[in-house]
Design a protein around this ligand. Structure first.
Ligand code: ARG
Length: 475
């Protein structure tokens, strides 16, 4: 038997060496080394599955597992070795096989029996996504707790609720904060979905057709912490929907964060002055000494573009791909790793900035107390006297027009002025409701009354304590 030219995972049928530039171009170790812990976990599970079918003797299995443990340990503690040894590795699979052969000699070549990198990479990546989703969930939980803390600390501060960026009706600041929190609870549900979508083990699918050694697929899946095996070998090496699902969840989180960021950027402007920016999460200007800028929120808002870009990038890579493994699929990883890292940073910075933000209760209350925000309640006054709402709406509109003409709040019009519009307006009408009354009336579940908001806080706390996300097997 002729000696192999080098230690590649392939090459017997090749006469010439690859072009050096192409060789560098096709290598993936620089980024898929991040999957090393999962690769080694899959190798361990595969080694154990090879013994009952007599590919490995008990001794060979023991030696292989011990070598894998040693390699796992070294990858964690000796980054200089990973760097130098990895310089000649094509990908994460090649790296571990080379290290195994160095430890065990030719026995190291046995582990790849009956399996393909196509199924291994899909398995590694699924395990990564399951862990990433669980990690992201922890970040979102911390963020949700920050919302809960701020909502409780500011439970009865009123603010001017807006639609179309126009003052609309008074609400509680705590209700506003919980609105954002609600969006992030949906993101947790999406993360759980992405994790469930990754939770199927492809091992045993081979390159595309399956495995001819009667390998126990369910045992491998169990060993790795998967709750099921993939159903079709061809689909298993081809499917990256779990990665799309995770990127979609990340894009959802980023989008929600960008909306939160926008609210705080606006609230920190001099026109609003609803919040005082925390020094720890702001920066200054190199020119204008007075400036304190909301850079934490601006960067969160800005980074959202590349997260959405990562989702689009993978969708575009997958579009029109033939069924089965194609090398294009190697392009699935960098964008997802990058998006995960960025969103992780965004979530923790948002959590920190939100926790450190001071709300200017006086400013918020002053804006909420403008009687023009009680116009709907003024119409309700007539509704309680039997006037159909549409008519009441029109009459109060006339009151507001008269107030605008006289240049004063409607509560300061004379009784005569308003009775010209409708005799149903009596003296108590001009007392106007207080901002507290207006808010307290929104007593429905999901409304802004203090009672409803307190119930919403309790409900969110209860939901938070229930949610779970499955994690993949860590070596
Ligand atoms: N590096 C590849 C990827 O990330 C895995 C190996 C693919 N298999 C192959 N025959 N080249 O998808």
């Amino acid at each position: 038997m002729a000696e192999r030219k080098d230690d590649r995972l392939w090459g017997g049928r090749f006469e010439r060496e690859p072009n050096a530039q192409f060789d560098a171009f096709q290598r993936s170790f620089a980024f898929d080394r991040r999957l090393l812990p999962y690769e080694i976990a899959v190798d361990r599970a595969w080694a154990k599955a090879l013994e009952p079918i007599r590919i490995f003797t008990a001794t060979e299995l023991k030696q292989t597992l011990a070598a894998l443990d040693k390699i796992a340990e070294r990858t964690k503690t000796d980054s200089a070795w990973v760097e130098s040894f990895g310089a000649s590795a094509e990908d994460v699979h090649h790296f571990v096989e080379k290290a195994l052969v160095e430890e065990l000699g030719p026995l190291g070549w046995k582990l790849h029996t009956g399996r393909s990198r196509n199924e291994v990479i899909a398995t590694d990546f699924r395990l990564f996504v399951m862990d990433a989703a669980a990690e992201m969930r922890r970040g979102l939980e911390a963020l949700l707790n920050a919302f809960l803390l701020q909502a409780k600390a500011n439970i009865s501060v009123p603010m001017a609720g807006m639609t179309h960026m126009q003052h609309a009706q008074p609400i509680l600041l705590s209700h506003f904060l919980l609105a954002h929190a609600e969006a992030f609870t949906r993101d947790i549900t999406r993360l759980q979905h992405a994790s469930a979508s990754a939770d199927a083990c492809p091992m045993g699918s081979g390159a595309l057709a399956g495995n001819s050694f009667a390998i126990d697929r369910n045992a491998i899946a169990r060993e790795l912490g998967f709750s099921r095996i993939t159903a079709n070998s061809l689909d298993a090496v081809s499917d990256r929907d779990f990665a799309l699902d995770y990127l979609f969840a990340l894009a959802g989180i980023a989008t929600h964060l960008s909306r939160l960021a926008e609210d705080f950027v606006v609230f920190a402007s001099q026109e609003f002055s609803y919040v005082t920016l925390p020094d720890e999460f702001s920066t200054g200007s190199s020119l204008m000494p007075q400036k304190k800028n909301p850079d934490a929120w601006e960067l969160i808002r800005g980074k959202t573009g590349r997260i959405t870009g990562a989702l689009l990038s993978l969708l575009t890579t997958l579009k029109g791909l033939p069924t089965s493994y194609q090398r294009d699929l190697q392009e699935d990883k960098e964008a997802l790793f990058g998006a995960h890292d960025q969103v992780e940073g965004m979530v923790w910075i948002a959590m920190g900035a939100l926790t450190a933000t001071k709300f200017n209760a006086d400013r918020l209350r002053a804006a909420a107390s403008n009687p023009v925000l009680f116009a709907t309640d003024a119409a309700d006054y007539l509704v309680h006297k039997g006037v159909p709402f549409r008519k009441a709406h029109d009459l109060v509109g006339q009151v507001l027009r008269e107030a605008e003409r006289q240049g004063k709040p409607w509560t300061q019009l004379s009784l005569e002025d308003v009775q010209k519009i409708s005799p149903l307006f009596e003296k108590d009408f001009l007392d106007g409701p207080s901002v507290e009354d207006v808010i307290a009336n929104k007593i429905v579940p999901g409304g802004t009354a203090p009672e409803s908001v307190r119930a919403a806080i309790a409900d969110l706390e209860a939901r938070l304590s229930k949610k779970t996300t499955k994690t993949g097997a860590k070596p």
